[in-house]
Design a binder for this molecule. Sequence first.
Ligand SMILES: Cc1cc2nc3c(=O)[nH]c(=O)nc-3n(C[C@H](O)[C@H](O)[C@H](O)COP(=O)(O)OP(=O)(O)OC[C@H]3O[C@@H](n4cnc5c(N)ncnc54)[C@H](O)[C@@H]3O)c2cc1C
Length: 394
Amino acid sequence: MGELESFRNEVRDWLKASVPESLYGRPLTMMAREEPEAADLQADRKRYLERMVERGYTAPTWPKQYGGGGLTPPQAKVLQEELGRLRVPPALMGMGLTMIGPTLLVHGNDEQKEKYLPKIVTGEHRWCQGFSEPNAGSDLASLRTSAKLDDSGERYVINGQKIWTSGAQYSNWIFMLVRTDETTKHQGITFILLPMDTPGIEVKPIRLISGNSPFCEVFFTDVVADVKDVVGGVNQGWTVAKTLLNFERSGMGGGGPQRRPGATTGGGLVALAKEAVGERDGRIADTRTRDRLASLQLDELAYSLTLKRSAQTRKAGGAPGPEISMFKLYQSELGQRRDELAMALRGTDGLAVDENEVGPARAWLSAKATTIYGGSSEIQRNIIAKRVLKLPIN
Ligand SMILES: Cc1cc2nc3c(=O)[nH]c(=O)nc-3n(C[C@H](O)[C@H](O)[C@H](O)COP(=O)(O)OP(=O)(O)OC[C@H]3O[C@@H](n4cnc5c(N)ncnc54)[C@H](O)[C@@H]3O)c2cc1C
């Protein structure tokens, strides 16, 4: 038996013994959940998280010294597949694991890695991302939230505002970009970490038409930050931010549209089409619908094969480069195509929104955001043109 296969058997046995069966097929509680779960389910989730943390499996590929699992990428994939087989969600999710943690592994100093990474893997630190500002979205480098060094030279005083900060009201730490030099654009930005309970930080959730508040405005008035929490050096924040954005985009371009809750997946769309337009000789009766579906499925297959090929060629553990923008762009638009088709097939029935469920209408609506956050599709196209294809544009 190959090494990977014996690892798979070991993981399978361990998961069977460690994951409470009540969690099979149950999605991870989202932070915005309003109704608390039953006490026994909460206890099972806690137990599952503790066991995964003990084994380093909340951050499978991170070094063991920081609480990670020390797994190779193929081993981590096996773990993911085995969790998928049991239909068990990851024990922990969030920007700590997918964005700031990997970025600290690249740009953090030893002290920062030792201080922050172990608290991410246990879920003790929950992070939010303070990048966008009212006048700095696509043109992020025009951000103006300022950080001025005080007389001691050991502290920054931060003033300004962030917006669209997802989950700020549930987070206890923020990683953010601040302006430390006003005489230059990209070279005047610094990347800094801050506890959310620092005096002078005010979080205002933005209430959407749906009634939910997935993101917030965050105001900073004379907020004091420690110079030790600057990551990657003063005025070097743009480089650190690019690394982080590539990690963010790689999380959005890696899993296929089936990962979004409520989306119609796999054979589900074929069954839906047969129901909507009828079936002839075992096939979808209407040729236009059949063509549309076949073209989507071929594109999804080509995309997943390209993803596999790219995962094999990418150096193990290396940070993704600008090419990740191609995946973010393609996957988000592919997911929207699938949702559009699913909605069209459902007709007016598809418009029903169940308050308690993430159904197809919500999946379709939430997919709209995927071509905006992490940088809009237009911005991904600009990056691909400039930094991947090296076209001569300004
Ligand atoms: C659900 C969601 C969650 C988010 N979470 C966070 C978060 O946690 N933290 C955070 O910091 N931000 C977050 N954002 C903000 C997100 O990063 C910005 O919305 C995004 O970068 C676009 O910026 P903007 O909204 O200011 O739009 P703008 O920059 O004003 O763009 C408006 C339109 O103009 C187009 N455009 C702009 N510039 C160009 C150009 N040069 N070439 C071609 N087209 C262009 C854009 O593509 C877009 O269609 C979130 C956004 C959403 C939707």
